[in-house]
Write a protein that binds this ligand. Structure first.
Ligand SMILES: N[C@@H]1[C@@H](O)[C@H](O)[C@@H](COP(=O)(O)O)O[C@@H]1O
Length: 253
C-alpha cells in the first residue's frame, strides 16, 4: 500500500518495499527529464540508488526516458582513487548507470579524487554546476548518522564543495564495498550542504530498517547541523521516498 503524507511540510512517499520505492524514484527522475530534456541531475552513489538506476536503464531501453541531452554532477568522490579504480564513485556510476543509457559521457561529472590542487578543483566543480544552470533534481541517499553526500554531522549549513574527513562510522559502513577496511579512503571531496540545498528539487531515497532512526530524526527531530539531513527541511521542494522498513520509526497519524 502506498502512503503519501506531508511530514513537517515534506512530501513523503512510503512504498511497500525497496523495489517499489526505487520505481517511484526512477519515475520522478524520468518525469523531470520528460519535462526538460536537458535537465541537470545531481546523482548519488551507495547501495540505495542501484535499483532506481536499474529501473532507469530499463526505461531507457523501452524508450521511456532519453538521457541524450542530460548533464549530471555526482555528489562526491573518495580522495586518492582515480576514476579507473573499481571502488571509485566514477566507476560505480559507469557500472550502474552511464554504461547502459544514452547519456553523453562528456556531460557526466564526478569530482576528481586525484586532483593535484583539491581546493581549486572544488571551486571549479561549483562553477561548472553554475555554468550548467544549477541542478534541477538532486538525488540523495541517507547515511546512518544523518550524513548527506559526505557531509558528516557538524558540517556547516553554508558549506560548498570541499575536502572532508570521513567518520570512523562511515568508513566502517562503506568497507563492504572494499576488500578490507584498510583500503577505504579516509578523505573525500563532497558537494557541500549549501550546494545540495541550491538544487531546485531534491529527491531522497532511503530503504531498509537500518535507516529508520536516521529517517525519523531527519523528518521529526530537531533541525541542525548535527544531523545534516534534517537541514533538508529548510528546502521548499523535497520529496522523501521510503519503504515501509525505513518509515518504521516515524510517527504517522
Ligand atoms: N557518500 C555516500 C552517500 O551519498 C550515501 O547516501 C550514503 C548511504 O549509502 P547507502 O545507500 O549504501 O546506505 O553513504 C555514502 O557514504
Amino acid at each position: 500500500m502506498i502512503q503519501n503524507v506531508q511530514i513537517e511540510g515534506i512530501e513523503t512517499i512510503v512504498q511497500a518495499d525497496a523495489e517499489q520505492a526505487s520505481r517511484t524514484v526512477a519515475q520522478l527522475i524520468a518525469d523531470q527529464i520528460g519535462r526538460k530534456g536537458d535537465s541537470v541531475l545531481g546523482l548519488a552513489t551507495g547501495g540505495t540508488p542501484v535499483q532506481a538506476y536499474r529501473q532507469l536503464i530499463e526505461m531507457n531501453r523501452r524508450g521511456e526516458v532519453d538521457f541524450s541531452a542530460v548533464t549530471s554532477f555526482n555528489l562526491d568522490e573518495y580522495i586518492g582513487l582515480d576514476g579507473a579504480h573499481p571502488q571509485s564513485f566514477r566507476a560505480f556510476m559507469n557500472e550502474h548507470l552511464f554504461d547502459h543509457v544514452n547519456i553523453d559521457r562528456a556531460r557526466t561529472f564526478v569530482p576528481d579524487g586525484c586532483a593535484d590542487d583539491v581546493a581549486a578543483h572544488c571551486a571549479k566543480y561549483e562553477s561548472m554546476i553554475d555554468a550548467a544552470g544549477g541542478i534541477d533534481l538532486q538525488l540523495l541517499g541517507l547515511g546512518h548518522n544523518g550524513h548527506i553526500a559526505f557531509n558528516e554531522p557538524g558540517s556547516p549549513r553554508d558549506s560548498r564543495t570541499r575536502q572532508v574527513d570521513l567518520t570512523p562510522q562511515t568508513i566502517q559502513q562503506n568497507a563492504r564495498f572494499f576488500d578490507s577496511i584498510d583500503e577505504v579512503p579516509c578523505h573525500a571531496i563532497t558537494m557541500g550542504i549549501a550546494t545540495i540545498l541550491a538544487a531546485r528539487r531534491i529527491v531522497m531515497l532511503a530503504t531498509g530498517k537500518g535507516k529508520a532512526e536516521a529517517v525519523a530524526r531527519m523528518l521529526q527531530g530537531p533541525i541542525g547541523e548535527d544531523h545534516p539531513a534534517s537541514l533538508l527541511r529548510r528546502h521548499d521542494h523535497v520529496t522523501v521516498v521510503l519503504d515501509n522498513a525505513a518509515a518504521g520509526a516515524l510517527h504517522l497519524e
